[in-house]
Design a protein around this ligand. Structure first.
Ligand code: 5RP
Length: 226
């Protein structure tokens, strides 16, 4: 199976998960990226079940609406049962690096509201230790250089993502060279740097369910089983 075929397979498995676990009329949170895009195409087939969706990016909002799926403002949503999103890396404790597509802040906000975070990815994203994928950090533009220096003190080399502005009007620093053995502590440290909006470390609120596409099919793991 190619990586693309695995993304399609896990998107289809996630559609089945939603059909089985989302109460009729409930709100679904939807992530961003190529795997999430396949998932959006899949849930178009069960859109009558959804009370609506909350999008984690403008790109996701546009794709959901192109399928006739109603997109809600998060401020109008009190409860969200399930959030489904991809990841750039996921470790054995269900902590993730996200933000390859630059949507990390909205993704983290929507994930914070959801009762269950379902991570969908292919097996190339599974790692023992997070950090080979450069860690995206969203920063307020005027703080870019200062935040880059602070990230350097943590052992990383921060590079500006050239020509990229987030949906929130900010910049992304991609931090290379980190070996993340304490993801919760590092997330707290980075998110506490003045000028940082959010880091792409999703450890304090990791995934609850992992649907992982492998060459032998899609396997599922839950945080409760760790
Ligand atoms: C976007 C993300 C994506 O979930 C992550 O980059 C994975 O993307 P893909 O499914 O295209 O591999 O965090 O900000």
């Amino acid at each position: 199976m190619t990586q693309d075929e695995m993304k399609r397979a896990v998107a289809s498995a996630a559609r089945d998960y939603v059909a089985a676990h989302l109460p009729a009329g409930a709100i679904l949170g939807v992530g961003t990226g190529s795997t999430a895009n396949y998932f959006i195409d899949e849930i178009a087939t069960i859109k009558e079940r959804l009370g609506g969706a909350v999008a984690s990016s403008e790109a996701t909002r546009v794709r959901l609406e192109s399928h006739g799926i109603r997109v809600l403002d998060l401020n109008d949503v009190e409860e969200m049962e399930i959030y489904v999103d991809g990841a750039d890396e996921i470790d054995g404790g269900m902590a993730m690096i996200k933000g390859g597509g630059g949507a990390l802040t909205r993704e983290k906000i929507v994930a914070a509201v959801a009762k269950t975070f379902v991570c969908i990815c292919d097996e190339s994203k599974q790692v023992t230790t997070l950090g080979r994928f450069p860690l995206p950090v969203e920063v307020i533009p005027m703080a870019r250089a200062q935040v880059a220096r602070e990230l350097g003190k943590l052992g990383g080399v921060a590079k500006l993502r050239e020509g990229f502005i987030t949906d929130n009007g900010n910049l992304i620093l991609d931090v290379h060279g980190l070996t993340i053995t304490q993801p919760v502590a590092l997330e707290t440290q980075i998110d506490g740097i003045v000028g940082v909006v959010t880091s792409g470390l999703f450890a304090r609120r990791g995934a609850d369910v992992l649907l992982l596409a492998t060459a032998r099919g899609v396997v599922s793991r839950t945080r409760a089983a760790l």
